[in-house]
Design a protein around this ligand. Structure first.
Ligand code: HEM
Length: 163
């Protein structure tokens, strides 16, 4: 008889001594953090699209600067840090066998690209802050699609775990 054990089953064997299974709580909080991070990654380039149409120094441009700074500083940066911290805590809970999971390697590679996008968005925000934006609204429209495509790949890898 062949017994197939799904990798998610492997994640369910972390009953704690006090009877509370920490794993699903970590995963739930990981998803809350990831959703918050993604909301920012999808919205910030959209703000840049509209910001491009404003004259530097105008009241509207200054308002966009405040919105962009607050979104990045108070939502996206903390949400990214919490997503990473809880993600690596989940890996630690899974044990050393987790590092041989193919889907996890692929997911981490895509997450790394997402983090690079985050860094680029932070750079573009500084450029806007100094009235030195160098890109067109069309550029930001295209950049807006990158996190969407990455998110689709990451969620399929994490949920379907195809390899
Ligand atoms: C360094 C960053 C990250 C690490 C280390 C990480 C790691 C993990 C781990 C180990 C799990 C548990 C998998 C299981 O129990 O089967 C998980 C779950 C999940 N992660 Fe991440 N993750 C990270 C970032 C992200 C991002 C950016 C997204 C989405 C854009 C994401 C989406 C998910 C989803 C949807 C699940 C639930 C999968 C399920 O149980 O069906 N993760 N993550």
């Amino acid at each position: 008889m062949v017994v197939v054990v799904r990798q998610s089953t492997f994640s369910q064997s972390h009953e704690k001594a006090n009877g509370v299974d920490l794993y699903p709580w970590l995963k739930a909080l990981h998803l809350v953090a990831v959703i918050s991070w993604m909301a920012g990654l999808l919205y910030l380039p959209r703000l840049y699209v509209y910001h491009c149409a404003q004259a530097p120094g105008s009241e509207a441009s200054e308002t966009f600067k405040v919105m962009e700074r607050k979104l990045l500083r108070y939502i996206m940066n903390p949400a990214m840090i919490v997503s990473f911290a809880l993600g690596f805590w989940l890996i630690w809970e899974l044990g050393s066998g987790a590092w041989s999971l193919g889907w996890l390697h692929a997911k981490l590679a895509l997450v790394l690209v997402l983090a690079v996008m985050h860094g680029l968005m932070a750079k573009w925000r500084r450029d806007f802050e100094l009235d030195r934006n160098q890109h067109s609204s069309g550029f930001y429209r295209v950049m807006n699609e990158v996190p969407t495509v990455l998110m689709i790949g990451i969620v399929i890898l994490a949920v379907v775990q195809p390899f």
